[in-house]
Design a protein around this ligand. Structure first.
Ligand SMILES: Nc1nc2c(ncn2[C@@H]2O[C@H](COP(=O)(O)OP(=O)(O)OP(=O)(O)O)[C@@H](O)[C@H]2O)c(=O)[nH]1
Ligand SMILES: [Mg+2]
Length: 297
């Protein structure tokens, strides 16, 4: 943070608005007021981030056991992520014309057009040149990103340079993924604020981002199309099984361990009782061994 203060005029202005007006002590110049406000805001952010970790861990462990696809809404700060969550779910999450209006991931249940449930998580915004201390803090909130089945990457189409925002966000995502040594979830680009974007910029974006969906969280335009794209991309690739695999089917048991995520395993007189999430094709081969209360597709 410290190293940013000298060149933070633009930020300072937004932060001042966010802090609620431009009081400013007597004799303080505008830039001094801004710097003081940023300092206050950042120490508040640091405290709040510390408190979030525990709640997040609880939320995440719950989700691992859920069959619902999880979609994380990511994007540059102020792109309209929270507005999009509201447009998709009617959640009533805080929306503000301010940097870092959202300080912790918010998860809501939603439905695809065919009625299948999903969980949608609104995340903390990204910026370029985030001070090192804060990168660390925010990165931990981005664990949500690593666990997602799909990333809905929101871009502000009314920004002067949406392409730069996209690159900055992708850079942060790839760093987060590299830290977790995981595979990046698929990404769906969503250009938001088309009601406010210029025709020229929209034309450039349509040309440069052929797979993107164009929406306005404000007017609702494109939201249904977005829902349909999300449903296509977040189709579950695995299924929950609860089976007893006989001891002479060591081959199947080995495949469950190799290709699936085992939640519980115990040996009984009939075979190995196993609860796991496995690829849909393997679930079909296991169907014959389903337990009475277990379910296979
Ligand atoms: N014109 C227009 N403005 C929008 C649209 N969506 C969001 N906004 C405005 O953009 C600003 C930021 O919206 P948020 O939803 O808080 O953005 P965010 O990405 O969650 O921001 P952070 O949580 O701060 O990272 C607010 O002033 C919104 O009213 C839209 O479709 N059109
Ligand atoms: Mg937000």
């Amino acid at each position: 943070m410290q190293y940013m203060l000298p060149r933070l005029r633009g930020w300072g202005e937004s932060m001042s608005r966010q802090a609620g007006g431009r009081a400013g002590g007597s004799g303080e110049t505008k830039i001094e007021t801004d710097r003081r406000r940023i300092r206050e805001r950042m120490s508040k952010l640091r405290r709040e981030i510390k408190d979030m970790k525990q709640a997040r861990d609880t939320q995440r462990s719950r989700r691992v056991h859920s069959d619902m696809p999880s979609v994380a809404i990511v994007g540059y700060t102020n792109a309209g992520k929270s507005s999009l969550l509201n447009a998709l779910t009617g959640a009533g999450v805080l929306v503000q014309d301010a940097l870092f209006a959202t300080l912790e991931p918010t998860t809501r249940r939603a439905e695809f057009p065919d009625g299948r449930p999903l969980v949608l998580t609104d995340t903390v915004g990204f910026v370029r040149h985030l001070p090192t201390q804060l990168v660390e803090a925010f990165r931990s909130t981005l664990e949500e990103v690593v666990d997602a089945d799909l990333l809905v990457h929101v871009v502000d189409g009314s920004d002067v340079n949406p392409f730069a925002q996209i690159n900055a966000v992708r850079q942060v995502i790839s760093e987060v993924i590299a830290d977790h040594k995981g595979e990046p979830p698929p990404e769906l680009l969503v250009v938001n604020k088309i009601d406010a974007a210029s025709d020229l910029m929209l034309a450039k974006l349509r040309h440069g981002l052929p797979g993107a969906v164009f929406v306005s969280a404000h007017t609702g335009e494109g939201i249904d199309a977005l829902r349909r794209r999300m449903a296509e991309l977040a189709a579950p690739t695995d299924a929950a099984v609860d089976v007893v695999i006989p001891y002479d089917r060591g081959d199947l048991l080995a495949r469950v361990h190799a290709d699936g995520r085992v939640q519980e395993a115990e040996h009984n007189s009939f075979g190995t009782r196993i609860k796991a999430r496995v690829p849909v094709a393997l679930a079909a081969s296991l169907r014959q061994f389903a337990t009475a209360n277990g379910s296979t597709p």
